[in-house]
Design a protein. Structure first.
Length: 99
């Protein structure tokens, strides 16, 4: 935090953590000196603004078909022979698997 004479957090240092995609997903900062651990702020996934007119898309990766579609409010990826994966939006149209 910048040095400001009227700020209670003046000069406090925090640490940013990134996910596998390189996006900042957590901030750890010692805001409360009486706590043994830093306070950690975790980024909440953005709400996916899907396309309700489309129930899903069948895509091909290599020669293997996959299905991406909405299951309730969740976006799911289905690959034949594997369980379905819930996808969590990270930013824009980028997603990671919740599992």
């Amino acid at each position: 935090m910048p040095e400001e004479p009227n700020s209670i957090a003046s000069g406090t240092r925090g640490q940013f953590y990134t996910n596998w995609g390189g996006d900042i997903d957590r901030l750890s900062i010692p805001l409360e000196p009486t706590l043994p651990e830093d306070i950690v702020f975790t980024r909440v996934p953005e709400k996916f603004q899907g396309y309700p007119a489309h129930s899903g898309r069948r895509l091909f990766f290599g020669r293997r078909p996959v299905h991406v579609g909405l299951a309730g409010d969740a976006l799911q990826l289905s690959i034949p022979g594997q369980p379905s994966y819930d996808l969590v939006p990270t930013r824009g149209l980028s997603f990671i698997s919740r599992d």
